[in-house]
Design a binder for this molecule. Structure first.
Ligand SMILES: *Cc1c(COP(=O)(O)O)cnc(C)c1O
Length: 390
C-alpha cells in the first residue's frame, strides 16, 4: 500500500512468504542455490550476491525509507565504508565535524591511503559549507541530529549546496530512523543506518543499511556490496526484521520518556546543559521540527566535571553504562572515553564533548523509575561538589 503509515510497514510490508505463508520470513541458511536449468538461472545463486532472508530485510528497509534500493551490511561501519567506495583517488569529501567516532576514524585513517581527502565542517554553518566545497568535492556527509551533542543540520539547505556543486549527500539516519526522518524525500542521495541501534532495538546484533532512491546509484552500491562482501548474514537479517516490527511502539514510548527526562534535567541545578532537539531552547529546534516528525530518544547533558560524572555514573542503577544506543534498556555513555575516545582531546573539546558530558539513550523502563534513579544519582553527585568545595 502506497500511503500506509510506517508503523504498519514495519509489520506488514509488501513482502510475502509465498511458499509457506509463514508469518515470519524463514532463515535461509544456504550459501549456494541449485540451478535447475543449464540455461536459465534462478533469482539466487550465491548468498553473498543475494539471500532470500536478507532480500526480505532489504525490501523492508527500502519501503520504510521510501527508497527504491536498500542493502544490508554486517555493521553500520561496513555500510559507511562501502558507501565511501563510490569515491576515487583524488576526490574530496566534506564531513560534519560532529560525526560518529568510527566514521571519523575511517575518514582520517583509511580514506587518505586511497588519496581521498576530507574537510570537517560545522554543517550548521551554511557559509562554511559553501566555502569548503572544492572542484573535486564529491560527497557531503551529514548526521542529524548528531552524536553526541545533537546538533541539527538543515538537510534541505545542504542538499541544495551539494546539488549546485554536483556532489552527492550521504546522511546517517541512525538516531531518528525512517519513522521520524525521511532524508530521501528531502533530496539526500544515500541514507545510512547503524541498524545495531533503534532498528533492531534489543542490543543483540550488529548491522548496517544503505538506502537510495536512485536505482542506478543503488545498483552501483549493490556492486560494491557484492564485491567488497561485507554482507549481513541470514540469521541477523531475520533478527533485524523481528526488531523492526516493534520499532513504532518502541520509538514512540522511548521518545515520550526522553522528552520528560530532558525537561527534568533542564530544571536540575547541577546540570549545566541539556542537548535535545525537542527542547524549544535547543538552537536547532526549529530546523529540526521542519524536517523531522519526532524528537527521538537520545539526549546528552553536561555535569560540571569529570568527577561529577564519575560519581553520577557509579550511583545510577537502571541504565546500563555502555557504548551503543537505541535499545529497550536505557544506555548511558561517557563520550569522552567511549564513542569519541579515538578523537584527539583538542578536537573533542572543540566539538563540545567536554569531560562532564554524558549521553543517555532512553529505553522502555517506566519513566518514574528512570527519573527517580537520575534524581538520586544527581543528589550523590551534588555531595561531591560540597566535599570538593569544603
Ligand atoms: C553505532 C553508530 C555507527 C556505527 O555502526 P556499527 O553498527 O556500530 O558499525 C554509525 N553511526 C552512528 C550514528 C552510530 O550510532
Amino acid at each position: 500500500m502506497e500511503d500506509q503509515h510506517a508503523e504498519t510497514t514495519c509489520i506488514r510490508g509488501s513482502y510475502n512468504e509465498q511458499r509457506t505463508s509463514a508469518v515470519n520470513v524463514p532463515i535461509y541458511l544456504s550459501s549456494t542455490f541449485h540451478q535447475e536449468s543449464f540455461d536459465d538461472f534462478g533469482p539466487f545463486d550465491y548468498s553473498r550476491s543475494g539471500n532470500p532472508t536478507r532480500n526480505a530485510l532489504e525490501q523492508k528497509a527500502a519501503e520504510l525509507e521510501s527508497g527504491s534500493k536498500a542493502l544490508a551490511f554486517s555493521s553500520g561501519m561496513a555500510a559507511i565504508s562501502s558507501a565511501f567506495m563510490l569515491l576515487s583517488a583524488g576526490d574530496h569529501v566534506i564531513v560534519t565535524e560532529d560525526v560518529y567516532g568510527g566514521t571519523y576514524r575511517f575518514v582520517t585513517e583509511i580514506l587518505p591511503k586511497f588519496q581521498i581527502s576530507h574537510s570537517f565542517v560545522d554543517l550548521t554553518d551554511l557559509d562554511a559549507v559553501e566555502a569548503a566545497v572544492r572542484p573535486n568535492t564529491k560527497v557531503i556527509y551529514l548526521e542529524t541530529p548528531s552524536n553526541p551533542c545533537l546538533k541539527v543540520t538543515d538537510i534541505r539547505a545542504v542538499v541544495r549546496i551539494a546539488r549546485q556543486n554536483d556532489c552527492l549527500t550521504f546522511l546517517d539516519n541512525t538516531f531518528l530512523t525512517p519513522l521520524y526522518q525521511q532524508p530521501l524525500a528531502l533530496g539526500v542521495d544515500v541514507v545510512i543506518h547503524s541498524a545495531t541501534k533503534f532498528l533492531s532495538g534489543h542490543s543483540d546484533i550488529i548491522a548496517g543499511l544503505l538506502v537510495t532512491k536512485d536505482m542506478e546509484l543503488g545498483e552501483r552500491l549493490a556492486f560494491i556490496q557484492n564485491t567488497f562482501g561485507a554482507i549481513l548474514g541470514a540469521q541477523d537479517s531475520y533478527l533485524l526484521l523481528q526488531g523492526i516490527k516493534t520499532l513504532g511502539a518502541r520509538l514512540r514510548q522511548s521518545t515520550e520518556t526522553a522528552e520528560k527526562i530532558a525537561l527534568f534535567l533542564q530544571e536540575h541545578p547541577l546540570v549545566e546543559d541539556v542537548f535535545y532537539p525537542g527542547l524549544p531552547t535547543h538552537n536547532g529546534h526549529d530546523i529540526h521540527t521542519g524536517q523531522a516528525s519526532g524528537n527521538g530518544a537520545v539526549l546528552s547533558f553536561s555535569l560540571p566535571s569529570r568527577a561529577h560524572s564519575k560519581v553520577f555514573v557509579e550511583q545510577l542503577c537502571i541504565p546500563i553504562f555502555a557504548v551503543s544506543l537505541g535499545a529497550v534498556e536505557s544506555i548511558l555513555s561517557y563520550p569522552a572515553a567511549m564513542s569519541h575516545a579515538a578523537m584527539p582531546e583538542a578536537e573533542r573539546k572543540k566539538r563540545g564533548i567536554t569531560d562532564g558530558l554524558l549521553r543517555l539513550s532512553v529505553g522502555l523502563e517506566h519513566v518514574e523509575d528512570l527519573i527517580g534513579d537520575l534524581q538520586q544519582a544527581l543528589r550523590a553527585a551534588e555531595r561531591v561538589t560540597e566535599k570538593v568545595e569544603n
